[in-house]
Design a binder for this molecule. Structure first.
Ligand code: UT7
Length: 336
């Protein structure tokens, strides 16, 4: 059976930066509260006329360049997003077209903040099964479009962006230790009232009558922050243990934790559980905020481009999001 390797990495952040100071003019908040409670100092915000598919396509181009490939070399395209351009068609099919391609399969994954971790497991299984040789996997979000900009408890937390990887199936004999080692995915929909963005279409959620909408009538994120926080710490602590056990590895085998970037305090709790020092944790929450499905690949891209990921290192990726839906992947970096 082949092993699946990351052979190209890319990212894209919209030009406009919104700092905590900027937010002080919008809602009753301050830089100190936001930074102390979350670790966030700023976030990038998509511009008018730009869409999730544009962010995704930009990240994809950089990942393809990095792999030394073009879109003609790709066999399938997956976009993990919770902020698609439209209800349908899928953002993946729009991205495929924007990249100038057609023919090969393209589809979206909706696992909210865990979308990239789910996507990696998904692509790994399909590729090991021989269905595709090269897959472009993208996490892309325009979370600013589903914010209630009058709700200080949510609008300070999120940002926009995209991260992408090119995956390649290689004969296991060539690099028996490298590539994706294993994944564990979890979901429990009974927690859905704690974090959601309801469907803007009237009548779509008959069990949830008091739908939250922003001034433009668009569904907005609603969250019971401290309950989500508590669950994130517990469930991420469990799932990193589960993926290590599944792969017969120890916390001491992990060289770099690439966590979902929702809150520095959640990240530190998971790192503590694994007994990892600051130098072994990828942290981008300060500059990117929570970009949902884009957060893990954007952190990967940032650390990769800063030369902080070396061949042979073991990377642990994890994420937690609405649903709840959570999971983790272990991989050994095989790229120079
Ligand atoms: O990616 C999906 C997963 N999402 C997450 O992981 C987010 C998880 N939750 C969190 O990160 C944290 O719960 C928050 C950062 C959202 C909130 O931190 P907290 O320590 O749980 O604060 P809290 O919700 O208990 O609120 C504490 C106080 C409240 O005031 P009172 O009731 O104590 O007077 C809030 O009204 O902080 C107030 N507050 C704010 N103050 C200034 C809430 N938001 C703000 C704000 N600025 N932006």
């Amino acid at each position: 059976m082949p092993r699946i390797h990351i052979i190209g990495v890319g990212g894209y952040l919209p030009e406009r930066v919104m700092t905590n100071k900027d937010l002080e003019a919008i809602v009753d908040t301050d830089d100190q509260w936001i930074f102390e409670r979350t670790g966030i100092r700023q976030r990038h915000i998509i511009s008018e006329g730009e869409h999730t598919s544009d962010l995704a396509a930009a990240a994809a181009r950089q990942a393809l360049d990095d792999a030394g490939l073009t879109i003609a070399d790709i066999d399938a395209l997956i976009v993990a997003t919770t902020t698609p351009d439209m209800i349908f068609p899928s953002t993946a099919s729009i991205v495929q077209s924007k990249l100038g391609a057609s023919g090969f399969p393209a589809w979206d994954i909706q696992a909210v903040c865990s979308g990239f971790v789910y996507g990696l497991a998904h692509a790994d299984a399909m590729m090991r099964g021989g269905m595709f040789r090269r897959v472009l996997l993208i996490g892309a979000e325009s979370m600013s479009r589903i914010m209630d900009w009058t709700d200080r408890s949510t609008c300070v937390l999120f940002g926009d962006g995209a991260g992408a990887v090119v995956l390649e199936a290689r004969d296991a004999g060539d690099e028996p230790q490298g590539g994706i080692i294993g994944s564990v995915l979890k979901a429990d929909g009974s927690y859905r009232p704690l974090l959601m963005a309801r469907h803007p279409h009237p009548g779509a959620s008959p069990d949830m009558p008091d739908m939250a909408v922003d001034a433009a009538g668009v569904a907005a994120v609603e969250m019971q922050g401290n309950e989500v926080f508590r669950n994130a710490v517990n469930k991420l602590g469990e799932v990193v243990g589960d993926v290590l056990a599944h792969c017969h590895m120890q916390p001491s085998d992990v060289d770099l934790l690439i966590p979902h970037q929702a809150n520095i305090r959640i990240i530190n709790a998971t790192a503590k559980k694994l007994k990892l020092g600051t130098e072994n944790i990828a942290i981008t929450v300060e500059k990117h905020a929570n970009t949902s499905a884009a957060s893990v690949p954007l952190a990967l891209n940032t650390y990769y481009r800063e030369g902080k990921i070396r061949k042979g290192q073991v990377l642990l990726l994890e994420a937690f999001g609405a649903g709840f839906v959570w999971g983790a992947n272990l991989l050994r970096w095989s790229k120079d």
